[in-house]
Write a protein that binds this ligand. Structure first.
Ligand code: ZN
Length: 237
């Protein structure tokens, strides 16, 4: 199994980054897609900061899902800085507010240190499935958003109604994450069953040994070959 599971190194010495899509424990051990990404695109080719990412539609359609899984496993980029850059709007200074990372935006809202702007992870990953990229609006995906004096209002507008493009993308992203979890869960169940079967066989063998010893009976038969009708007491139990 280990050959299929490549340990993902912790993010480098950058700021603290939280994730809300995949639990930390899973991101540490379940990263087969990362090895695929490294093989196909070169180690470290996928940018963590959303500001400098290559648009998803520019990746070959054969590896697009690999790239998506990689970003979903990493979770939204949510650096917690002590101070965010200030921008003047009229007479006041405004900045990104890290409270915007909280629910209900926690699964998708990203902040780019490079661009001092916010982005949407799910729209970055899946918007091309719902809009042709020629028509797609780039705010929150390629261009980011940084008009901080209208932050909460524009975030609400981006999310939109139940059937909005954003919510469709969010559902697609959560489906992707759930697929991964269900595969892991079935692997876990399988290994639990193997362990349980082994325990049953082991306990049965111990019971037979105790019975034979207690009654002074021989373990072996005269002929323990496959064709033998009587292989001795231990093997015949
Ligand atoms: Zn979005």
């Amino acid at each position: 199994m280990d050959k299929f599971l490549i340990k993902q190194p912790r993010s480098s010495s950058g700021p603290f980054v939280s994730s809300h899509v995949v639990p930390e424990a899973q991101r540490e051990t379940i990263t087969p897609s990362s090895s695929n990404v490294d093989c196909i695109l070169g180690v470290g080719s996928l940018k963590r900061d959303p500001g400098g990412r290559k648009p998803i539609f520019e990746y070959d359609s054969n590896i697009r899902d690999v790239v998506r899984r990689h970003y979903i496993l990493m979770g939204p980029y949510q650096p917690k800085l002590r101070v965010y850059p200030k921008t003047i709007f009229g007479t006041s200074n405004r900045q990104f507010n890290p409270e915007w990372f909280n629910a209900p935006n926690s699964a998708w809202l990203e902040y780019s240190i490079d661009d001092d702007a916010i982005f949407c992870l799910c729209c970055y990953l899946f918007k091309n499935e719902f809009e042709s990229h020629g028509n797609a609006r780039k705010s929150f995906t390629q261009d980011g958003f940084k008009t901080w004096n209208h932050g909460p209002e524009r975030i609400r507008l981006h999310v939109g109604e139940v059937n909005s493009i954003h919510n469709k993308c969010l559902n697609r992203m959560l489906d992707f994450a759930n697929q991964r979890q269900s595969i892991q869960s079935s692997l876990h169940k399988q290994s639990e069953k193997t362990k349980s079967d082994y325990r049953i066989r082991l306990n049965a063998s111990i019971d037979v040994v105790r019975f034979l010893l207690r009654n002074g009976l021989p373990f072996r038969g005269h002929d323990e070959s496959e064709d033998s009708n009587y292989k001795g007491l231990f093997l015949n139990f």
